[in-house]
Design a protein. Structure first.
Length: 131
C-alpha cells in the first residue's frame, strides 16, 4: 500500500487515507484490502490489522500481534480471499473470512519461517467455521 501512494503506512488511519487516495485515482476499482497494518494503541498491547477500504466504508479486522511476522501469510490470505469471494461473491465476507482464518493460522504457527498450510487448515477445519 505504501509503495502505491509513495508514503509509509504507520496506522489504520493512514492506511484508510491511502486506500481512498487509490480509489480516487482508479475509478473502476471497488475496494482496497490492506494487510499487516499496525493497529497498536499508544499505551496498549501490540495489535495488527487488515483493513477493507471501499468508497462507502472502512472495515478493520484487528488482532493481537505476534512479535514477528510469518512468512507466506500474505500469500495464504490472498488465496483464502479469492476462494471465499469466488464461492459467495460477497467482498466483505471474503475479506473477513480470509483475515480471520489466516490470523488463526498465524497464532498456531510456532516459527516465523512460514505457515504449514496443509497441517493448519486440517486443524482449523471443519470445527472452526469461518463466517
Amino acid at each position: 500500500l505504501g509503495l502505491l501512494v509513495s508514503k509509509p503506512i504507520h496506522s489504520l488511519e493512514i492506511a484508510e487515507q491511502a486506500g481512498h487516495e487509490i480509489l480516487g485515482k482508479v475509478r473502476r476499482l471497488r475496494a482496497v484490502f490492506a494487510t499487516g497494518i499496525n493497529a497498536s494503541l499508544p499505551a496498549g498491547e501490540s495489535r495488527i490489522a487488515d483493513i477493507l477500504i471501499t468508497r462507502e466504508a472502512s472495515i478493520p479486522f484487528i488482532y493481537k500481534s505476534k512479535t514477528q511476522g510469518v512468512s507466506g501469510s500474505g500469500d495464504v490470505l490472498s488465496a483464502m480471499f479469492l476462494a471465499g469471494y469466488l464461492r459467495g461473491g460477497n467482498l466483505v465476507k471474503a475479506c473477513q473470512g480470509a483475515s480471520n482464518i489466516v490470523n488463526q493460522m498465524i497464532r498456531k504457527t510456532a516459527t516465523p519461517l512460514g505457515l504449514d498450510v496443509a497441517e493448519l487448515l486440517w486443524r482449523l477445519m471443519p470445527n472452526d467455521k469461518v463466517e
